[in-house]
Write a protein that binds this ligand. Structure first.
Ligand code: PEP
Ligand code: MN
Length: 360
């Protein structure tokens, strides 16, 4: 992967709009449904029409996709609307069928990216294709697994390669279906600046009300495109009902989103600035999140101390922490004065939390 320069150019060569928009239902359900949504998306910012034909479901017994018949419906979409088509492939058979039916974009799902065996099987089946191939991040926040998949596909001589950031599963309860962990996408982007990076706000949020915000963050972070699940009757969808938006909502979203396009020096400056600011926002959110977690642990300590009737303030322990953090801080370019002030404030908040518990 030394020459990642080869990677991005295809987006420009194909003269695809910025941002690249991929939209359509989570799953192809019926021929009517597939065509109805496609016609509603025909005159919009959408370049690729997505529909899952084979659905990887976490638990068996849910709708597992219509299978190969759906590929015929996608062909009809292309004939009737001119939209290019996209679907997920998870094994050699899917790849062969999708190529046979001239699907324009194939993506590898998050549950496949976790498996090097599957990724290799797909890479071998796709060898040399000029179709667009996008690799979703693995379900777990493991950058090397994601990079490994990119390398396998790149080695299979796939020219139009890109990645989709769809968030990561976590055991914690969060407002997201899959936490974004933006820093992983940013890390991938900085290692391969020429690899097109698409955001999938639908699977990150799991909720249609949050799709706009995450899309804006992705654009601010300089993502190349968005994949957004779109359904004419979201609540009636056979899969991922809560996160799909209607074609009208999608169109309105693109009127409201602030696009970051680098056209001249001024625009480039602004794009760089908003990219950096978006990175700061991501980190600030992480800071707040981390501090919140620290206070939860402090609360647990407060409970323990209460049971044992132990004093809240343990000076020795506190001095040890402080000494360690000043050294750590130095290694991260933080001044002693700042580390002291910050930890005093954090410590005070912890004490307040524990006091509250002990007094309760
Ligand atoms: C999908 O795009 O519908 C899908 C199954 O996504 P993921 O692989 O990100 O879960
Ligand atoms: Mn889905």
């Amino acid at each position: 992967m030394e020459n990642s320069k080869d990677l991005r150019r295809w987006l420009d060569d194909m003269q695809l709009p910025h941002p690249l928009v991929i939209a359509g239902p989570c799953s192809a359900e019926t021929e009517e449904q597939v065509l109805k949504i496609a016609h509603e998306l025909k005159d919009s910012d959408v370049s690729y029409y997505r529909a899952g034909i084979w659905k990887p479901r976490t638990r068996p017994g849910n709708f597992e996709g219509v299978g190969a018949i759906g590929l015929k419906w996608l062909q009809k979409v292309k004939e009737e609307t001119g939209l290019k088509t996209a679907t997920e492939v998870a094994n050699k058979n899917h790849v062969d069928l999708a190529l046979e039916h001239d699907v324009d974009l194939l993506w590898i799902g998050a549950r496949s990216t976790v498996s090097p065996f599957i990724v290799q099987e797909i890479a071998d089946a796709l060898e040399g294709t000029d179709k667009v191939v996008l690799i979703k991040n693995p379900v777990n926040p493991d950058l090397s697994l994601w990079l490994g998949a990119v390398e396998r596909l790149h080695t299979a001589n796939i020219k139009k390669l890109g990645v989709i950031h769809r968030g990561f599963s976590t055991y914690q309860k969060t407002k997201y279906r899959n936490i974004p962990e933006w820093q992983l996408a940013i890390e991938l982007q900085s290692r391969f600046p020429d690899l097109p990076l698409i955001n999938d706000p639908s699977h990150i949020t799991g909720k249609r009300d949050m799709v706009f915000d995450v899309s804006q963050t992705a654009l601010d972070l300089n993502f190349d495109g968005l994949m957004i699940e779109t359904h004419h009757d979201p609540d009636g969808a056979w899969s991922d009902a809560a996160q799909q938006v209607t074609p009208d909502t999608l169109k309105q979203m693109f009127k409201n989103l602030k696009m970051r396009k680098e056209t001249d020096e001024e625009a480039e400056y602004n794009a760089n600035l908003s990219n950096l600011r978006a990175q700061i926002d991501v980190i600030d959110n992480q800071l707040i999140d981390t501090l919140g977690k620290r206070m939860q642990v402090a609360d647990a300590i407060g409970e323990l101390k209460k049971q044992r009737n132990v004093a809240v303030l343990q000076t020795n322990r506190w001095n040890t922490i402080l000494g360690k953090m000043i050294l750590e801080g130095e290694q991260h370019g933080l001044s002693e004065e700042f580390v002291l002030r910050m930890f005093k404030a954090i410590h005070q908040e912890s004490i307040n939390h524990q006091e509250k518990i002990i007094k309760a």
